[in-house]
Design a protein around this ligand. Structure first.
Ligand code: FAD
Length: 461
């Protein structure tokens, strides 16, 4: 607090991931002075991209969709990105079964072709799709706790159907894309998300890397990178931030970091908030990007851009993303770029292993699906996220409604975990929500102050 006891900052945002940047952008547009503090030396968080030797490597997120990403598309338009800068991927998803890739997962003809499901399981896929269509808007990604699925886990939900729907559809999808264990995470957010994002043909990627939107937003904001916040304390109507360089006060702070980090930072969070923060566990995720001499890829009709490798078939990998098929600009002409995603079962051990060993284990496993991979390897990089995706356990889902209904305070939160949606659209929506809560509280305070002044003036006249 400065000498005049005015806070040092109007609004501070902790974290320049897509949630923090969305919140900061909303607040700036509403006329607030916003400062963003980011621990890493680059913005984007789990949507960061790395550029090296002509390769554009998406370290975390891979794609968005034309459907179900309403808030993201609003931002895309607002920052002036053209549709050509977020092109359709145009390739499908395959699943490995009995020694070969079966294509068409998540496609409109999967019921007919099977997309890796045994013939006897296909009527159950039709039944599953018909159920999601009937459930319609009740599968609400913004309120996963309200769906008819309750707090059923993915594994429990899958028991309604032929075992293939678990082993060759729900487990590989949630394992590769969310790092989930189906016995721990709830079906509601996953099924709602699958319904909302539509068929794979609607999926898109940012032409110049998945960090494109974050970089555009950051360009219009006051962002300090390499600045780790160590503590956030609510103090009456303001909040105090401790950084390496000292302490700052702000009228409001938006803490836009994964829930386990927020729980550590916010030392005096009220009990109700803390219960939800602590229940919002995250799955760790690890992948290895492989820059290749040649554009090698898993074999399969149409050349899938993601090959899912189910736990029923494979011990080390959850999937392989063919980045150069996702967009040709990801690799220089004639080269290739693949991402090997570790299976959730292996990630906890891999997180503690030396990078060389991680690369060796994943590339060796990758040889089975992409013969010649090790020989074509130019360079490999490990991307490890201790907090990869919100796990959306039954406990977290059960506590979400109360968290959402809490009164606004000087410390607000943003992040995909706030809506328990394991995708960047959840982060963007949570950013807008946090900004709205800050604005409503500061607006109400401003009105109260103005009223108090008017009354005082009336008394003194
Ligand atoms: C491997 C992987 C693949 C994914 N694939 C997809 C996908 O294809 N499509 C999709 O939509 N979503 C995907 N996601 C999810 C998506 O990336 C996230 O939902 C989204 O990026 C979360 O954004 P966020 O701002 O909530 O959090 P984050 O991106 O984690 O941002 C938090 C930021 O806070 C910073 N920070 C942390 N602690 C501090 C501190 N103490 N002080 C200051 N700064 C701090 C971090 O460095 C980070 O930049 C994927 C995630 C992962 C990990």
């Amino acid at each position: 607090m400065n000498a005049s006891s005015e806070p040092d900052l109007d609004v501070a945002v902790v974290g320049a991931g897509i949630a923090g940047l969305s919140a900061a952008d909303e607040l700036r547009r509403a006329g607030r002075e916003v400062r963003v503090f980011e621990a890493h030396d680059r913005v984007g968080g789990r949507m960061r991209s790395l550029r090296k030797d002509g390769f554009v490597i998406d370290e975390g997120a891979e794609q968005i969709s034309s459907q179900g990403y309403r808030a993201t598309w609003q931002l895309v338009r607002r920052v002036g990105l053209r549709p050509a800068e977020v092109p359709v991927i145009g390739r499908g998803i395959g699943v490995w079964r009995n020694g070969r890739a079966r294509t068409g997962v998540g496609g409109s003809s999967a019921v007919l072709t099977g997309a890796g499901l045994a013939p006897r399981a296909r009527p159950d896929l039709a039944r599953f799709l018909a159920w999601t269509a009937r459930a319609g808007d009740a599968l609400d990604c913004d309120h996963p706790e309200r769906t008819p699925l309750g707090t059923e886990t993915v594994a429990e939900f899958a028991r309604r159907y032929h075992p293939d729907l678990h082993d060759y559809l729900l487990q590989p999808l949630t394992g590769a894309f969310f790092g989930w264990h189906t016995a721990r995470s709830t079906a509601a957010p996953a099924v709602s998300l699958l319904r909302e994002v539509g068929p794979v043909s609607a999926w898109r990627t940012y032409r110049d890397g998945m960090d494109t939107l974050a970089r555009r937003l950051a360009a219009g904001l006051d962002v300090t990178t390499g600045s780790q916040v160590r503590e956030v304390v609510a103090d009456g109507n303001t909040a105090r931030l401790t950084l390496g360089e000292g302490t700052l006060t702000a009228r409001a702070v938006v803490v836009a970091v994964p829930a386990p980090v927020a729980s550590q930072l916010c030392v005096n969070a009220p009990a109700g908030e803390r219960r939800f923060l602590d229940a919002c566990s995250f799955t760790p995720v690890l992948k290895v990007s492989c820059a290749l001499r040649r554009p090698l890829a898993p074999r399969g009709r149409g050349g899938p851009y993601v090959l899912l490798t189910p736990e029923a078939e494979e011990d080390t990998l959850a999937g392989i993303v063919v980045d150069h098929a996702k967009h040709p600009g990801r690799a220089p002409a004639g080269r290739g770029l693949l991402s090997l995603i570790a299976t959730p079962r292996q990630v906890p051990t891999l997180l503690g292993a030396p990078p060389d060993e991680v690369v060796m284990r994943l590339t060796r496993a990758g040889e089975r699906f992409v013969p010649g991979l090790t020989d074509a390897l130019l360079e490999a990089r490990v991307h490890a996220f201790a907090h990869g995706l919100p796990e959306a356990t039954p406990t977290a889902l059960g506590l979400r409604a109360a968290f959402q209904d809490r009164a606004p305070g000087p410390v607000e939160y943003a992040g995909d975990w706030v809506v328990l949606r394991p995708a960047s659209e959840g982060a963007v929506r949570s950013g807008a929500l946090a900004a709205a809560r800050v604005l409503s509280r500061l607006g109400a305070e401003a009105r109260d102050t103005a009223r108090a002044w008017t009354q005082e003036e009336g008394v003194s006249r």
